[in-house]
Design a protein around this ligand. Structure first.
Ligand code: NAP
Length: 260
C-alpha cells in the first residue's frame, strides 16, 4: 500500500476510534448505569445482573419509598412522562437500560404515555446527556398490528414500535431487545435464540432478558441492532459477541432484516 494511502487509512482509523466505532460503548463493569423501570420484575433482575458484573447502578423509579434495592444502589425518583425528572436522573451516567412498561387499567399511564412517549423522553434525555449506550426492552410482535395484545391492551405493541422508532431517531447509540413472552424461570437454564424479522414466537425468562441487556452494554457488536429473544435448547450463550455479530445492523431508522 502506498505511504500516503497508509497514512490516510491510519487517520481514518483514529477518527473512527474517536467516534466510538468498533470500541466498547461502555467498558465492562465500569461507568454508572441507570435503569428505568428498576423496580419492575425485569428491572430488578437487570439491577442484580449489573451489580454482579461490577457496574455502579442508579435505579430510576417513580416511588423511591418502594425500596428493596441492595446497598450501594443509587435510587432516584424519575417518571418517564416527565422530561424534567429525567435530566437529573441521568446526570453522570454512562449508559441507560430501559425496562418500563404501561400498567393495564391506568389511563394516565397507558401504552401511549409510557411505551411511546416515555421511551421517547428517555431517549431524548439520553442523547442530551451523551450516553454511550441505551438498551431498550421492547417486545416481540411490535410489527404485527393484528396481534391480539393490541386489541386487549390499548395498542400496546403499536406504541412500543413507536417507542423503538423514537430511540433509533434520537441519535444515541442503542440496542433494542424484543423478548417473547416473559416467564419468571431462572436465568442460564438453557440456550437463547436471537432472531430478526419479528416472525417468531416463544417465551424467555426475565432473568435471561436481564443478561442480554447487560451483555449488550459492553459489546460494540450489539449497537444499532434490533432483535427478538427467545429461550432455546442447548447451553447458555458463552460468546455474546458472536451472537450479536450474527445479526444485521438496522438500516437507517428501521430494524435489521434477518441474514439469509
Ligand atoms: N409480560 C410479557 O410477557 C412481556 C413480553 C415482552 C415484553 N414485555 C415488556 O418487557 C418490559 C418489562 O416487563 P415486566 O413484566 O418486567 O414489567 P413490570 O414488572 O410491569 O415493570 C414495569 C416497570 O415500568 C415502570 N413504569 C411504568 N410506568 C412508568 C413511568 N411512567 N415512568 C417510569 N417507569 C414506569 C414500573 O414502575 P412502577 O413500579 O412505578 O409502576 C415498573 O418498574 C415491559 O416493557 C413489557 O411490556 C413484556
Amino acid at each position: 500500500m502506498p505511504l500516503r494511502l497508509r497514512r490516510l487509512t491510519a487517520l481514518l482509523c483514529l477518527l473512527l476510534g474517536a467516534l466510538g466505532g468498533g470500541l466498547p460503548a461502555v467498558a465492562a463493569g465500569t461507568g454508572l448505569v441507570a435503569v428505568a423501570g428498576a423496580d419492575g420484575r425485569t428491572g430488578r433482575l437487570i439491577v442484580r445482573e449489573l451489580l454482579a458484573a461490577g457496574y455502579p447502578v442508579r435505579a430510576l423509579v417513580r416511588d423511591p419509598a418502594g425500596g428493596g434495592f441492595a446497598d450501594g444502589v443509587d435510587v432516584v425518583q424519575a417518571d418517564a412522562r416527565e422530561p424534567d425528572s429525567l435530566e437529573p436522573a441521568l446526570a453522570g451516567a454512562t449508559a441507560l437500560i430501559i425496562a418500563i412498561g404501561a400498567v393495564p387499567g391506568d389511563g394516565a399511564n397507558a401504552p401511549e404515555q409510557v411505551d411511546y412517549r416515555g421511551v421517547q423522553n428517555l431517549a431524548t434525555a439520553a442523547a442530551a446527556a451523551k450516553l454511550g449506550q441505551v438498551v431498550l426492552v421492547s417486545s416481540a410482535g411490535v410489527t404485527r398490528d393484528d396481534h391480539p395484545l393490541n386489541r386487549l391492551f390499548g395498542n400496546v405493541l403499536q406504541w412500543k414500535a413507536r417507542g423503538e422508532e423514537a430511540l433509533r431517531a434520537s441519535g444515541v447509540p442503542y440496542t433494542i431487545v424484543r423478548p417473547g413472552g416473559l416467564t419468571d424461570a431462572d436465568a442460564g437454564a438453557g440456550g437463547i435464540r436471537l432472531g430478526q424479522g419479528d416472525a417468531g414466537t416463544g417465551f424467555i425468562p426475565r432473568a435471561d432478558v436481564a443478561r442480554i441487556t447487560v451483555a449488550a452494554l459492553a459489546e460494540p457488536s450489539a449497537r444499532g441492532r434490533t432483535f427478538e429473544a427467545y429461550a432455546a435448547g442447548g447451553p447458555p450463550p458463552a460468546d455474546w459477541a458472536k451472537k450479536f455479530n450474527a445479526l444485521a445492523v438496522d438500516a437507517a431508522g428501521t430494524p435489521g432484516e434477518s441474514k439469509p
